[in-house]
Ligand binder design. Structure first.
Ligand code: SF4
Ligand code: SF4
Length: 216
């Protein structure tokens, strides 16, 4: 009797679905829009002057349960500065054949360098191409940004660079919210910039560079 009731309930679920509206997406011509907090492809963000937010600390790699991240830190010098701190990521790779998109790496990142986008079209023809290097992961340069290496441009001191942002928009605090992220962009100009940046980022996604995978 119990088995009969269970089967009846099971077929009831199937039967109920027969009358629900069919959802058909015309992929890839009309790709569906994921939820705002969808965990997609990672981005390595920049400060507003173009310097990289990543300081090569490797905390993301240690936090990753799938061993999908490889980082090698390198030292900044006054002549060759890639990030505001002492170190930057000389090598940064994420292996999307391993990544389970759990987001633990972005929680571990102390500088909000690493965030996740909504991009989900990550299929590639080979396993090698699923290893994204720093070149593919770095956020694009926006107007006003300068390609590193270069000195810090947002004031004379660390306080200017970081805390000054509270009273002086354009300095570093909050830079991770804009403009390639959907959150935190309220005025029209930054919204337009965000759209451009997302388009540019998407371009790098669909045409990933075939750079050498230095430390596979
Ligand atoms: S999302 Fe999870 S599995 Fe993917 S790189 Fe980050 S920590 Fe590793
Ligand atoms: S992405 Fe963040 S956690 Fe990972 S090495 Fe760079 S600064 Fe450290």
């Amino acid at each position: 009797m119990g088995t009969f009731t269970g089967s009846f309930k099971g077929f009831g679920v199937t039967f109920a679905h027969m009358f629900r509206k069919v959802i058909t997406t015309d992929y890839p011509f009309s790709p569906p829009t994921p939820a705002p907090r969808y965990h997609g492809r990672h981005i390595l963000n920049r400060h507003p002057d173009g310097l990289e937010k990543c300081i090569g600390c490797e905390l993301c790699a240690w936090a990753c349960p799938a061993d999908a991240i490889y980082v090698e830190g390198a030292n900044n010098t006054d002549e060759q500065r890639f990030s505001p701190g002492e170190r930057y990521a000389g090598i940064y790779q994420i292996n999307y054949a391993r990544c389970i998109f759990c987001g633990l790496c972005i929680e571990a990142c102390p500088t909000r360098s690493l965030t996740m986008s909504n991009e989900y079209e990550l299929a590639r023809d080979s396993r090698q191409d699923l290893i994204f290097t720093k070149k593919e992961l770095l956020a694009p340069l926006l107007p006003g940004m300068e390609q590193p290496p270069h000195p810090m441009r947002l004031g004379e001191t660390d306080k200017d660079y970081y805390v000054g942002a509270l009273t002086n928009p354009g300095t570093s605090a909050g830079a991770e919210r804009a403009p390639w992220s959907d959150a935190g962009t309220e005025d029209a100009a930054s919204t337009a910039g965000a759209a451009d940046a997302r388009a540019e980022t998407a371009g790098t996604l669909h045409n990933p560079g075939k750079s050498a995978k230095e430390a596979v």
